[in-house]
Write a protein that binds this ligand. Structure first.
Ligand SMILES: Cc1cc2nc3c(=O)[nH]c(=O)nc-3n(C[C@H](O)[C@H](O)[C@H](O)COP(=O)(O)O)c2cc1C
Length: 224
């Protein structure tokens, strides 16, 4: 073992590192207080368009959901869907769905999807978004979205009071031309991705590049 480093798998554990408090600058020394209402204030969070076949022959559904990555390899993701939402019935019945990554150019139809309910009309029609067909799963897609994650549910966990957490394998990731390089690495500046900021309810596109995984050990090849 080297004097200051222990190498395990692809990681290098450093014996010492810079003080986080010193690096945080003025933010690290400001007075902290608890908000009156706790909230999931984790800016930014991916807000994605989930598409799923309708339940019992009903029309296909498209819905906005918060999303999180459960694992990079194998690729697995999670969404939590309210029992009252139309998407809940579709996912429960078919066990398959698509996560469509939106871009700023469709923020208006994106908001229409959130503000309308499929209970009164087809949200594809209401929003003007284009329904497509997934390659590997039996589910519709949103064609305006440059990235599609085609998913199959592997576990459903009930979350009181009103949600089901669906954990799913990503069985196919499809992208339109120009989104990835030849090695399959995402070219982030090729599209206007955005995240939602819980705590303010806003959407922001990506800011400037501030670092990458493994930069402290000279790695730039890790992409997950
Ligand atoms: C940013 C954002 C994130 C959302 N995340 C979720 C979510 O994770 N789960 C959920 O059930 N609803 C979520 N919603 C709300 C649903 O998308 C919305 O209420 C849904 O379109 C209801 O449609 P329905 O009545 O046709 O079922 C979110 C809405 C927004 C704007």
């Amino acid at each position: 073992m080297q004097d200051e480093q222990r190498v395990v798998s692809r990681r290098v554990f450093l014996a010492g590192s810079a003080s986080g408090l010193a690096l945080a600058g003025p933010l690290g020394s400001r007075k902290r207080s608890a908000l009156k209402e706790p909230g999931p204030m984790l800016p930014p969070v991916p807000a994605i368009l989930l598409s799923v076949k309708g339940k019992d022959g009903q029309p296909d559904e498209v819905s906005v959901v918060w999303t999180f990555v459960v694992n990079g390899s194998p690729p697995q993701v999670g969404v939590s869907v309210d029992h009252t939402h139309v998407a809940h019935g579709g996912i429960t019945e078919h066990g398959q769905f698509v996560l469509n990554v939106p871009v700023a150019e469709i923020i208006v139809p994106f908001d229409h999807v959130d503000m309308n309910t499929h209970k009164v009309g087809d949200k594809y029609k209401l929003s003007g978004l284009t329904r497509g067909k997934a390659m590997m799963v039996n589910a519709p897609t949103v064609e305006e979205c440059p990235i599609h994650l085609e998913c199959k549910v592997i576990k459903a966990v009930e979350l009181p009071p009103s949600r089901t957490l669906f954990i799913a394998d990503v069985v196919a990731t499809t992208v339109v031309e120009g989104i990835c390089d030849e090695a399959g690495r995402l070219k982030v500046s090729a599209a206007n991705y955005f995240g939602m900021t819980p705590g303010s309810g806003e959407f922001y596109t990506m800011g400037k590049l501030v670092g990458h995984i493994g930069e402290t050990v000279g790695r730039s090849d890790i992409k997950y």
